[in-house]
Design a protein around this ligand. Structure first.
Ligand SMILES: Cc1cc2nc3c(=O)[nH]c(=O)nc-3n(C[C@H](O)[C@H](O)[C@H](O)COP(=O)(O)OP(=O)(O)OC[C@H]3O[C@@H](n4cnc5c(N)ncnc54)[C@H](O)[C@@H]3O)c2cc1C
Length: 430
């Protein structure tokens, strides 16, 4: 029922020895919640944060579909189910997730606890928007089902990084689609201003995301590809064949490493050989990184981190980009998204503006650069995404997340501060 093992999140740092429980039913979860004191519920550990602890309840065996309504377009599942399992089940009826992040290998509980967002945040908002209701096990073993988005416990638990209660199950809205295929349009730009103009020009497209070549940015020419997409009506023969093909993964041999020259060349050719328009399956469009099982090991031996910020204006975004350029520390991957206004939850990440997710190899000078970026973010009413952070201090965090005191209050009232804990909650004094 439990194993002693080393665990880490997706960035493989820090690694800690942990007692890992694998409950597959509600009664065991309830018993663990009653008997354990300082612990954390976790999902697939696909965060880039330090939301782990020396005692964890891993929910991935608690992965059941409880109800599915094709007419009304919703599904109810226990929290350990993965988005992949949900998609594989509903796609045959031309349903998809209303909101999905860039990987399908995360759990429903993880999606709710980080209130994840995808390429359609500017239209549909974050995962919060797909929640019809959720059921939570509180520290005192009471079970509550909440369908009111103004409820304080709801506002704390959605985006609440596992620190309020254990999410047991949730009913979520699905998106009706004409087929599992997407018409993807790629628009190339060469300067920052061209890019911003195009983002606004195409902001009525359902899906929109930008690949930015900050690695080859010379202070002037900034290559970017704005990728937009819409599900389309496309004939296909057998969905099981499609699922079989797309769910295949390749594993990178352990001796392979990412090197500056490789990234430089890859970005150059990626930009050159991206064509204007193509029809792709949903997996290629939403989850390109899922094709490679272990890409997170490519950054050996130093490791990597992802820094995702959001700021409220293009001026602030420009400052961020130039600060990175001047530092000579280059992100290997840079993804930019447009966002509409955020929601009412205490710790949800998105606000109206632009988010930029940057993958950096760990290297000398990186933390100095990130400190500078933090300051620009704070000055521009922005924030760093908690799902992607393992370094911010309490002071910065509190400047970025203005509802943190309300979060702490409810955490204390419920007694959750004496039960649920993570390295992240200790670092941020939550
Ligand atoms: C390749 C890749 C692409 C990504 N793209 C995006 C993206 O586009 N947008 C985005 O928003 N995120 C993105 N992410 C981040 C990822 O979606 C989130 O970190 C997500 O929360 C991970 O879910 P998980 O199941 O792995 O949960 P974990 O990482 O294991 O846990 C995440 C949090 O959820 C809590 N938790 C998990 N289960 C429960 C439960 N049952 N009850 C209470 N708390 C619980 C944990 O305590 C923890 O705080 C990406 C990650 C990867 C690896």
């Amino acid at each position: 029922m439990f194993k002693e093992k080393e665990i880490s999140t997706w960035i493989l740092n820090p690694k800690i020895k942990s007692t890992v429980y694998y409950p597959d039913n509600f009664l065991t979860i309830k018993e663990l919640n009653n008997n354990l004191k300082n612990f954390l519920a976790i999902g697939k550990l696909r965060s880039y944060s330090d939301s782990i602890y020396s005692t964890v309840i891993k929910t991935t065996k608690y992965n059941y579909i409880l109800d599915y309504n094709k007419e009304e377009g919703y599904i109810e599942c226990t929290s350990g189910i993965t988005l992949k399992e949900i998609i594989d089940f509903v796609i045959k009826d031309n349903y998809f997730l209303l909101i999905t992040p860039g990987t399908k290998y995360i759990t429903l509980g993880g999606a709710i606890s980080n209130d994840v967002h995808g390429k359609n945040h500017h239209i549909h908002g974050s995962f919060n928007e797909s929640i019809i209701n959720l059921q939570v096990l509180l520290p005192n073993n009471e079970i509550v089902t909440i369908n009111d988005k103004n409820n304080e416990i709801y506002r704390a638990i959605v985006g609440g990084i596992g620190l309020i209660g254990i999410i047991l199950k949730s009913k979520i809205k699905l998106l009706k689609i004409p087929s599992p295929f997407i018409l993807q349009r790629n628009t190339k730009t060469h300067t920052f201003y061209q890019l911003i103009d195009n983002i606004y020009k195409y902001n009525n497209c359902t899906y929109s995301v930008v690949w930015l070549d900050l690695f080859n940015f010379n202070g002037n020419k900034l290559n970017a590809i704005l990728q937009t997409g819409e599900f389309i009506n496309q004939n296909y023969t057998n969905i099981n064949h499609i699922l079989k093909r797309i769910n295949k993964k390749i594993t990178i041999p352990h001796f392979l490493r990412i090197e500056n020259l490789i990234v430089k060349i890859f970005n150059y050719f990626y930009y050159l050989f991206t064509f204007e328009e193509k029809i792709v399956d949903f997996n290629t469009f939403f989850y390109p990184l899922d094709f490679i099982y272990n890409w997170n090991t490519l950054y050996k031996p130093t490791g990597f981190l992802q820094y995702q910020l959001i700021v409220n204006s293009e001026e602030a975004l420009e400052k961020i980009i130039y600060t990175i350029y001047k530092s000579n520390i280059k992100p290997y991957l840079s993804i930019l998204k447009l966002h509409k206004e955020g929601n009412n939850n205490f710790l949800s990440f998105p606000i109206k503006g632009f988010s930029l997710a940057l993958d950096f190899k760990l290297q000398a000078g990186l933390y100095d650069l990130l400190d500078k970026l933090d300051n620009i973010v704070i000055k521009n009413n922005g924030r760093i995404y908690l799902a992607k952070d393992n370094r911010m201090d309490k002071d910065k965090f509190e400047k970025m997340y203005s509802k943190v005191n309300e979060f702490k209050k409810i955490r204390k009232e419920l007694g959750a501060n004496k039960k649920y804990i993570s390295l992240q909650s200790i670092r941020l004094s939550l």
